[in-house]
Design a protein around this ligand. Structure first.
Ligand SMILES: NC(=O)c1ccc[n+]([C@@H]2O[C@H](COP(=O)([O-])OP(=O)(O)OC[C@H]3O[C@@H](n4cnc5c(N)ncnc54)[C@H](OP(=O)(O)O)[C@@H]3O)[C@@H](O)[C@H]2O)c1
Length: 269
């Protein structure tokens, strides 16, 4: 395995995800700031991250590639082709590239940035912001794959799966936090409609989501079993769940996940 602590790491794209991942890695001291370079089109973002975490700001993408052993690519998929055209010649033989871009396969990334770099893919989620991401990593190169697993352990749980699962993973856990936000949003809105102040309704919704996640995480039984355990015959929860079933919530949710999977596939076209 490439040792995390001895590798020079470069982040390209100092946005939501890039920041959350690196903050976790630095907070857990998996690397030191003197081994990290960051670069963003918007220099203010790179400078502000550097000011907070004492990492270096690269002068340009080529400068970052030159100075580092591994590049964490955290730009939007839509920006990738232009990026690759401009910078493919700068990647060094054997340099690791860890892409968190939704949809883009290792094959596609490899073709676009040339065969010099060794590509690994990762699909984290916004939980990284709280050190609670679920990240799936995949790749053929064992050294860079274990490096990526170690890197993402800085911001939550990591699983290694084959690349063919990544559209599904993207739909399920990559986009997943938004589904839970939406559910909490709906709970909050209902509370407000029924007369609660918004801040109180929001606390009720979020704390309920947190409690459910913590119970499920520690539980020896499945989420389905937990649901049954809290659904008393003829009780209030049963009344709510019966309505969801009648309105085919399960089916609706499955078609939403299928749409996310389709979109992930479309992003590589
Ligand atoms: N957000 C999620 O929940 C999530 C979850 C899993 C995976 N992902 C993946 O993570 C990636 C980043 O998502 P994000 O939400 O962090 O996006 P974001 O906040 O928009 O961050 C991307 C950053 O990259 C910058 N950028 C674009 N082209 C660049 C270039 N050529 N050189 C340097 N910087 C460049 C952007 O600048 P401008 O804003 O000026 O364009 C922006 O600051 C995406 O590929 C997405 O598929 C996201």
């Amino acid at each position: 395995m490439k040792k995390l602590s001895s590798c020079k790491i470069g982040l390209i794209g100092v946005g939501n995800m890039g920041v959350s991942i690196l903050e976790g890695v630095l907070a857990r001291r998996l690397t030191v700031p003197s081994r990290v370079w960051v670069y963003d089109k918007d220099l203010a973002k790179a400078r502000s991250f550097s000011k907070k975490h004492h990492v270096a700001v690269a002068a340009s993408v080529p400068d970052l590639i030159k100075k580092t052993d591994v590049v964490l690519l955290a730009i939007k998929p839509q920006d990738f082709l232009l990026f690759a055209q401009e910078y493919k010649v700068f990647f060094k033989p054997g340099q690791g590239v860890i892409s968190i871009l939704a949809g883009l396969t290792m094959e596609k990334i490899g073709k676009a940035i040339g065969r010099n770099a060794v590509i690994v893919r990762a699909m984290p989620n916004l939980g990284a912001k709280a050190g609670a991401s679920m990240t799936v990593v995949c790749g053929k190169n064992k050294k860079w794959l274990s490096f990526a697993a170690a890197l993402f352990s800085g911001c939550g749980e990591v699983a290694m799966l084959p690349e063919k699962t990544l559209d599904l993973v993207t739909a399920l856990s990559g986009s997943g936090p938004a589904y839970f936000f939406h559910l909490m949003e709906l709970l909050e809105d209902f509370g407000v409609k029924q007369g609660l102040p918004r801040s109180v309704a929001a606390t009720l919704a979020v704390q309920t989501g947190l409690g459910a996640a913590l119970v499920a995480k520690d539980s020896e039984v499945s989420c389905g079993e937990l649901r049954k355990m809290v659904t008393s015959k003829k009780g209030t929860t049963e009344a709510a769940l019966k309505t969801l079933n009648k309105k085919k919530f399960g089916k609706i949710f499955q078609s939403a996940l299928a749409a996310a999977m389709r979109r992930s596939r479309e992003l590589r076209k």
